[in-house]
Design a protein around this ligand. Structure first.
Ligand SMILES: Nc1ncnc2c1ncn2[C@@H]1O[C@H](COP(=O)(O)OP(=O)(O)OP(=O)(O)O)[C@@H](O)[C@H]1O
Ligand SMILES: [Mg+2]
Length: 222
């Protein structure tokens, strides 16, 4: 699992404290310092050094591993971190059965072409007119930068029975030719409570309604 949101929040959801030095940004910063202090022999390639260090800092769980992108300290752009991420995703995809990338909301991520060779793009949307506009704009950006996905899915989150039908109607009319509807998750008070009280979502009971909905929904593509 790659948390590719510079405003990383997966650690919050699973209540896991993470250090800056365990993120890709942290690894790069530390390597930069070592290079400055001439603690690294100049004949070693930067690319393989970063790769080695990132894999050394992978956060492991029972049945998945987590890599956090993190945010570079101070000013500067994400270009270098982005190139590294692109390279790492390729290696991960070759070594893991499934690679999941959680990207930041909006279009920046697509325009930067981080997500090459993605099988399933899942756009999580809430019941609002704004999210329809976002879905439409994502299609435009995808074509502008010639990105290709095997499947583009839309997953409705925080939906209830009534707004589900309204959404489906509008979806079929406007987006049905370009995207497929993956399913809907309901709003759930228990999830909100877990999040507010800082409890890990990994401890959500298996009889939780949204957990069961998600299980069924994702079994379509996993
Ligand atoms: N189905 C749901 N029922 C109740 N609460 C939910 C549900 N889905 C998400 N939430 C809550 O909404 C908040 C935001 O969720 P999440 O971080 O998944 O959104 P996001 O779209 O990824 O946001 P961001 O754009 O900031 O990354 C969290 O507090 C989460 O617990
Ligand atoms: Mg998010």
């Amino acid at each position: 699992m790659i948390d590719a949101d510079p405003d990383a929040n997966i650690s919050d959801l699973i209540n896991k404290q993470t250090n800056f030095r365990d993120t890709i940004a942290g690894v790069i910063t530390e390597l930069g310092r070592k290079l400055e202090r001439k603690e690294i022999p100049p004949y070693l390639s930067e690319k393989s050094l970063v790769e080695e260090e990132v894999f050394r800092h992978i956060i492991t769980f029972n049945n998945f591993d987590l890599i956090i992108q993190g945010r570079s300290e101070g000013e500067g752009c994400y270009c270098s971190i982005n190139n590294i991420l692109k390279h790492l995703i390729k290696i991960l995809a070759e070594n893991y059965k499934i690679t999941i990338i959680d990207s930041p909301a909006g279009l920046e991520f697509f325009a930067r072409k981080t997500s090459i060779d993605v099988d399933d793009l899942i756009l999580v949307t809430d019941p609002s007119k704004m999210s329809f506009h976002t879905l439409q704009r994502i299609l435009e950006v995808k074509d502008e930068v010639s990105l290709d996905f095997k499947n583009i899915w839309v997953l409705g989150n925080r939906f209830n029975g009534k707004n589900k039908n309204l959404f489906i109607e509008s979806f079929e009319k406007n987006l049905g030719n370009h995207m497929k509807l993956l399913g809907f998750l309901s709003y759930d008070g228990e999830i909100q409570k877990f999040n507010l009280s800082g409890k890990s979502l990994l401890e959500l009971p298996s009889n939780n309604v949204v957990y069961q909905q998600a299980n069924k929904i994702f079994s379509q593509i996993v």
